[in-house]
Design a protein around this ligand. Structure first.
Ligand SMILES: Cc1cc2nc3c(=O)[nH]c(=O)nc-3n(C[C@H](O)[C@H](O)[C@H](O)COP(=O)(O)OP(=O)(O)OC[C@H]3O[C@@H](n4cnc5c(N)ncnc54)[C@H](O)[C@@H]3O)c2cc1C
Length: 452
């Protein structure tokens, strides 16, 4: 039986273990942390993630999606909270389409359970990878509890050890002609928890992603299963006023939330305490190439870490597993061919997901409260409703389809130009008010052969 080593039992590592074990490999995982299923989730690190179509497809392909169903809360749209507390709802897609809020820890624990118990993978905890020999399929390890050093050899090695991957730093980066760059964005993030009501009910609509867009900074909230919401404040580290370095005292923290996010402030009475105890974290985009060498490959954030503004980092990582799994069958376990095809297919998509994430940062920050932007989205939604086979909006291509990210990003940019042009030529707002916008859409799209 062929042997495979996976470094990192995170979201990509634990799912990839399932793919490999299902295909008959003997899988060993080395994970730096202790078993998260036994540890308390660290305060302020209770992230929940938006799981969408690509992630579901990757889970479904190996028949483990039903395990995740029970953890997932559907979100059918965004709800924007204005500075004066008014709410505006905007659907994400068509009737019945949703993205899903899932707890990162919960999903990871579940996938680790499945990999171990259902598929026989072995997970070794407190084992930190410190390097590797990619040609020989060796990973170097340090036991974090005993300090003991060891090495482990196998037929294949997969670096699923996240944005700060040790396999990438300590092995891939030693290769000749290996390209690498990292780009920290100016913003950091801090998490807060809106508790459930006393009776366990939610303080906000749980089936929406809540956004408080404030120009250069924003707050978002996703529902947890227990009636609470995990909220994330994204804001520059340094700045004139609305910046983490300008908010330090109890009075400054209270004034910040009371004036910028009054409805949130009411729902989160101990925000000062949370500010003090929850960490401030940074965000970066990591690019590198090649993603494979010898017997080893990088997957997930280790290959293409991105900023979280499209909610696609995990989805892209799970899609890496899906693609590698398909290639494994297509090339009948010829790993030289699989690795070649994997990086040729996934690198442009990794680049595109990074571009999309940067783009959506601006959308969420600056445009979701812009009436012209909202009008364009409404118009696009209506076109998509009437001519779904001819027009798919960018958000739908990314979140509700498997169209490769690179294709979606390219098409999305073209569509944006086209839409802006249409909106200049026609008074869409008046047509909508008069109920005549469908006539215009039919005139344009009825005889159109392909989507624009
Ligand atoms: C604030 C925030 C919000 C996000 N929201 C979303 C979202 O809504 N939707 C979405 O799709 N994505 C989101 N993401 C991105 C998502 O979290 C990542 O893309 C995803 O976790 C990547 O999975 P991974 O398995 O590659 O890496 P990770 O999940 O980071 O797992 C890496 C694993 O490797 C282990 N490890 C690290 N170093 C070593 C080592 N040296 N030796 C052994 N083990 C090691 C780690 O302990 C960890 O278990 C968000 C990210 C952030 C920061």
């Amino acid at each position: 039986m062929k042997t495979a080593t996976i470094v990192g039992a995170g979201l990509a590592g634990s799912l990839w273990a399932v793919y490999l074990a299902k295909a008959g490999y003997n899988v060993t995982i080395f994970e730096r942390r202790s078993d998260i299923r036994l540890a308390e989730i660290q305060a302020g690190k209770s992230i929940n993630l938006a799981l969408s179509h690509r992630g579901w497809e990757a889970l479904r392909a190996v028949g483990v999606d039903h395990h995740v169903n029970e953890l997932a809360i559907p979100m059918t749209g965004r709800i924007m909270h204005s500075a004066t507390g008014e709410l505006t709802a905007q659907p994400y897609g068509q009737e019945g389409q949703a993205i899903y809020s899932v707890s990162r820890g919960g999903l990871n624990a579940k996938m680790m359970d499945v990999a171990e118990k259902e598929f026989g993978a072995t997970i070794n905890y407190n084992m930190q990878c410190t390097g590797g020999n990619l040609e020989e399929g060796i990973v170097y390890l340090t036991n974090k509890l005993t300090g003991e050093h060891s090495e482990h050899q196998s037929d294949l090695v997969f670096g699923c050890d996240g944005a700060y991957s040790a396999l990438r730093y300590k092995a891939f980066q030693k290769l000749d002609r290996f390209n690498y760059s990292q780009e920290f964005v100016e913003d950091g993030y801090k998490e807060f928890l809106i508790p459930a009501n006393a009776d366990g009910s939610y303080k906000l609509d749980k089936n929406a992603l809540h956004i408080w867009p404030r120009g250069r900074f924003m707050l978002i909230a996703l529902a947890n299963e227990d009636g609470s919401f995990t909220c994330t404040l994204f804001m520059p580290f340094e700045g004139d006023e609305n910046a983490f370095d300008k908010i330090n005292t109890k009075a400054e923290i209270e004034a910040f939330f009371e004036t910028r996010f009054p409805d949130f402030y009411e729902m989160c009475p101990n925000v000062v305490e949370q500010w003090g105890t929850h960490p401030l974290s940074s965000l970066a985009i990591m690019r590198c190439y090649p993603w494979t060498s010898g017997k080893a490959a990088l997957m997930g954030d280790a290959a293409h870490a991105t900023v979280p503004f499209y909610g696609q980092g995990m989805n892209a990582s799970l899609e890496d597993c899906h693609t590698m799994g398909k290639l494994m069958e297509e090339h009948d376990h010829d790993w030289e061919a699989i690795f070649k095809a994997y990086q040729a297919d996934r690198k442009p998509n990794g680049d595109a997901v990074q571009e999309l994430s940067k783009h959506n940062y601006l959308v969420m920050r600056d445009f979701v409260a812009d009436p012209q932007f909202l009008l364009q989205k409404k118009f696009e939604n209506r076109i998509q409703e009437l001519y779904p086979e001819k027009y798919i909006a960018l958000y739908s291509m990314v979140s509700f389809s498997s169209i490769p990210y690179a294709e979606a990003w390219k098409k999305g940019q073209e569509q944006d130009v086209y839409m802006k042009d249409l909106m200049q030529q026609h008074d869409i707002e008046s047509l909508m008010k008069e109920g005549k916008v469908d006539d215009l859409i039919h005139r344009i799209f009825k005889d159109k052969l392909v989507s624009n």
